[in-house]
Design a protein around this ligand. Sequence first.
Ligand SMILES: O=P(O)(O)OP(=O)(O)OP(=O)(O)OC[C@H]1O[C@@H](n2cnc3c(O)ncnc32)[C@H](O)[C@@H]1O
Ligand SMILES: [Mg+2]
Length: 199
Amino acid sequence: MRYLSPNSKLVLASHNAGKLREFSTLLAESGITVLSAGELDLPEPEETEDSFAGNAAIKALAAAKASGLPALADDSGFCVSALDGKPGVYSARWGGPSKDMTLAMERVHREMGDNPDHRAFFVAALCLAWPDGETQTVQGECHGTVVWPPRGTQGHGYDPMFVPEGETRTFAEMPESDKNAISHRGRALELFLKRFIEK
Ligand SMILES: O=P(O)(O)OP(=O)(O)OP(=O)(O)OC[C@H]1O[C@@H](n2cnc3c(O)ncnc32)[C@H](O)[C@@H]1O
Ligand SMILES: [Mg+2]
């Protein structure tokens, strides 16, 4: 296990604006200087693994090797019980190659049909990779239910069709700080900060 010092630089190996926004808030008080893959002009590798942890490692390793800096990648997805866990690792591509999230949500709704099982959860695997190829991973989940029609304008991805347990609002109807406090990404990052940052 290797620790990141609180004043180090970290590359965020993501091209998703919604994730980057959440990470920058969640890491704001850590002292870590965050650079994004986009601003370093790093390429987007193909996500060829069938697990969240595997795809997070592909993205983190590619960014760490290309930049010479430690890199953090997030591979996440929406797992719907009535669809046997799909879209899962295919969440970004579920609406087609243009990553159209309106189409992706409609497809989830259509494939669920009238199945009374509305349970779903989000997963985020975070991989920290070092330029020498070492990796370490944490994972967070957030469970809840699928609602239709979609509600709310905040957040990103499948947020308008997901109500977390203990809530009546969708993720897209909450201020970002409320989502971050309970989300898969918020939980995974809490573990990341606790386990991987030098005290
Ligand atoms: O790979 P990067 O560059 O990080 O960006 P991406 O959008 O392709 O990200 P993923 O490969 O991890 O795919 C995860 C998809 O799951 C969805 N997703 C992940 N986290 C989410 C969240 O907090 N709220 C809603 N949808 C989310 C969203 O559609 C993402 O595009
Ligand atoms: Mg991706």
